[in-house]
Design a protein around this ligand. Structure first.
Ligand code: PMP
Length: 310
């Protein structure tokens, strides 16, 4: 994973500052109790190299502000003004590579007691260069983890709440301990939810199937893009609960998310999925997404915010 150097500037406490100066106290409420929420956004260099195409920027800021609402935050931003701050940061960093944005909102007070009210809230964002999060050229090897996805009434999975990523970390840790790439998480009803940091699709007899929005999953933005593209391509789609055993007999399984993009699965619990090769539908969707993100296709141009970097 190409988590190398952060870019020079970050947005912090209302202004753009050098990344090295964007620091918080060890006593910060969000550090102590996980009372924050984050996002993950990609900016792809346009194929002419002159601009960064930020993917579904206001959809991401909208989701982040919804997560902040779950956490009773009071931030002086709308989705549009938060997006504008991210565009300004892009111009300042003028990346020469594909990049990843980590915006986050957090309870910034240095105070004890896990709670949500009467605490100061802040928004920050930094950027780093990023290629593939998972290697999308080869198939992924997965396990179904024995850790259960947190349910809505414990920590809502639909928001990207910082503390809930302990749950994802346990799952990913188990996958790594077994020499696998990532984990598939079942919800408390035993149905397939998602990966540690990605939504999941299966293909059965030409039908694209994914867990419903109330299946203890993150309301993934790439999931929405995939569903829209599937509709454009005339594919049959079902949003419904998926049984664990359907994973093993599916023709294709793939993950999708901002980080993983579209990553196809070769094995689950040591069983080969389909014929063990990249499936036609995963490839079709990957290609369609990338021609939009690189600015090569005019389809869904509303998904891309083009920022000229001179
Ligand atoms: N599920 C989880 C748990 C995630 O962390 C992510 C990554 N943000 C996703 C799904 C994919 O969401 P998106 O397409 O919005 O990046």
């Amino acid at each position: 994973m190409a988590f190398s150097e952060q870019m020079e500037y970050a947005y912090f406490e209302g202004k753009i500052v050098p990344f090295t100066e964007a620091k918080i106290s060890i006593g910060t409420h969000a550090v102590q109790y996980g009372t924050g929420a984050f996002g993950g956004i990609r900016g792809y260099l346009s194929s002419d190299g002159k601009a960064v195409n930020i993917v579904r920027l206001t959809d991401h800021t909208t989701r982040l502000l919804r997560s902040s609402k779950l956490l009773r935050m009071d931030l002086p931003f709308t989705p549009a003004t938060m997006a504008e701050a991210i565009v300004e940061l892009t111009r300042k960093n003028a990346p020469k590579t594909d990049s990843y944005y980590r915006p986050f909102v957090y309870k910034a007070s240095v105070e004890l007691t896990p709670r949500l009210q009467n605490l100061k809230d802040e928004f920050a964002c930094y950027m780093l260069p990023m290629g593939d999060y998972l290697d999308t050229k080869r198939g992924m090897n997965m396990i179904v983890t024995s850790w259960t996805r947190t349910e809505d009434n414990m920590i809502p999975s639909r928001g990207k709440i910082t503390g809930s990523y302990i749950n994802a970390s346990f799952a990913k840790d188990q996958a790594m301990a077994y020499g696998c790439d990532d984990a598939i998480m079942l919800n408390s009803r035993g149905k397939v939810a998602e990966g540690s940091a990605a939504n999941l699709f299966i293909v059965r007899d030409g039908v694209l199937i994914t867990a419903p929005i109330n299946g203890d999953i993150l309301e993934g933005i790439t999931r929405r893009s995939v569903l829209a593209l599937a509709n454009d391509l005339g594919l049959a789609v079902e949003q419904r609960e998926i049984d664990r055993s359907e994973l093993y007999i599916a023709d294709e399984v793939f993950f999708c998310g901002t980080g993983v993009q579209v990553a196809w699965v070769q094995t689950i619990d040591g069983r080969t999925i389909g014929n063990g090769e990249r499936g036609a539908i995963a490839k079709q969707l990957y290609d369609a997404l990338f021609s939009i993100f690189r600015g090569e296709s005019a389809d869904h141009s509303e998904w891309v915010t083009r920022v000229e970097i001179g």
